[in-house]
Design a protein around this ligand. Structure first.
Ligand code: SF4
Ligand code: SF4
Length: 75
């Protein structure tokens, strides 16, 4: 069961993909749709195939230079 989830502000995201590299659970991917400034933003994988999901470790939010990620603990 996932212990957390994130929200990514896709129009704030500059598509650097640092969050994708740092996520230990690999639950962030590149969106196929560009945002309004023309970047391919990161998007959260809510239901990963391995069923594990986000741990709310906050590493993605810490690494994001654009403060585009908020981390929540699952209820
Ligand atoms: S680290 Fe932030 S700006 Fe970079 S891809 Fe992830 S959400 Fe976007
Ligand atoms: S909080 Fe941790 S596990 Fe969840 S998406 Fe961010 S880096 Fe991945």
């Amino acid at each position: 069961m996932a212990k957390g989830y994130i929200k990514i502000d896709r129009d704030r995201c500059k598509g650097c993909h640092l969050c994708i590299d740092v996520c230990p659970r690999k639950v962030i991917e590149v969106s196929k749709e560009l945002n309004k400034t023309g970047y391919a933003p990161a998007q959260f994988i809510e239901k990963p195939e391995d069923g594990k999901g986000c741990t709310a470790c906050t590493m993605c939010a810490v690494v994001c230079p654009d403060l585009a990620i908020e981390v929540y603990r699952a209820k």
